[in-house]
Design a protein around this ligand. Sequence first.
Ligand SMILES: [Zn+2]
Ligand SMILES: [Zn+2]
Length: 472
Amino acid sequence: MQRNRLSVDGVRFEPAVIEGNVNVLETPNFVMVKRSWQPDQEAQACPLCKCKFGGLKRRHHCRQCGLVVCNKCCNEKIPLPQLGIEEPEKICESCRPVTAAVTRSRSHMASMQLQAAEELAGMCKDSRQLGKIFEFGGFHTLLAQSKVHLDTPNMEIMAHIISALHTLSTYEPVQDYMVSIGILRGICLILEKVPGDKEQILLDGISTLCIYCKSKTYLSKVLETGGLQVVLRLCCNTSDTVVLMSVSTLSMLVENPSTHTAIIDGDKAALQRMLKLAAAESPQMQAVALKCLNYLSMGTDWNKHRIIQEDFTAGKPMKTALQTETFNMQVWANAACLVANLATSTEDQAPLSDCLDCMMKLLRSDITNVDLLSHITRGLANFARFPQNSSRVGSVLPVLVSKCLKHTDKTISKHALRAILHLLVNQTDNTITELLIEGASEVFKNIVGTLDMTDAMFSVLQDLCPDMARPL
Ligand SMILES: [Zn+2]
Ligand SMILES: [Zn+2]
């Protein structure tokens, strides 16, 4: 039989194998495959106390790990239902703590189950016990018991279990294994069923999910397991801390475009919620809600339309975010990025009018942050594409030239050039007059400095008036 091999901080171990490979979430009384016994002749000394065997020192087999140990190190007997053994059997000192807790978890008494969960949670924090937690069924027990205590709710036990699963999830080398056993489903079930006022349990649960969302591979597994619905529900929790953690998790899930329809057109009013949070009191909350909206704004025109529509219904939180008085670069940058993305939509230019004003006001202010300036310039270029916005964007033309077109950051100067070219097309005379006062030379320098652009211009001109011809 092939056992998995894991290693954490140089300690190698082989996690328990469950008989019949059953899903422990559905089979709380699972039985582990017994480990093979070490042959007597292989053992010359007790691995725990190092005393030599022979003479009066007799050999004993630990029923859990199968190693040969001395009597002193193997003098306790406990029943091992997790190995299919109901009678008390000899267990070595090394296996005892985890094994005793796993045995206790099978008790019918709530106090014993509570003690088991508490002990296992404590041992998860001790990296020396970590391997044994996996080897002797501690992890499988935590996962199985999480389901048991949801069906007959015992929140005290649940608090220890979720805290333990959270701790284990922080060890990167065991994440893959735990995902294969079903930890994501377990966490989602807990988050689905635990009452909304159990703040600490919910926080531990959502933080655990968040750990897995940081990896692309696990992120799609979280989605497959129903994580999106769970997170969306928790975004409406009454605790700000739970909401912040949930929206942060959501901001990772929305990187996957398959989530967008459920958020934008789903039945949970999630989009409305995100927009409300974009105008929340806490800048941290605003920033993550805006980050979610940003990902949503990168999709179809319909998605953009829905965001703009809900923004209006929610009392224009995007405008509020752009007007946030307290200095918070992340909020402004995320809000400006969102508005810039939305401004590409051919419909819905009118409802964004307030946001355009805010962007122009920010541009005129003394901001210097490159990210923010880049989003604002991009937004103005997008707005300038539409003739109905020309005269307003034209009113900041001198600032666009001095602050953006002359900027050393290439992205900013190129977006500025794009804005100015739109203005030249849509409002030719006014724009030329303005540029002649200051800026014409910058525009030409930028055009000449963009080789692809001059190439494209030459190729169009070549078609219109070829550089070779027959004699007349
Ligand atoms: Zn010994
Ligand atoms: Zn042992």
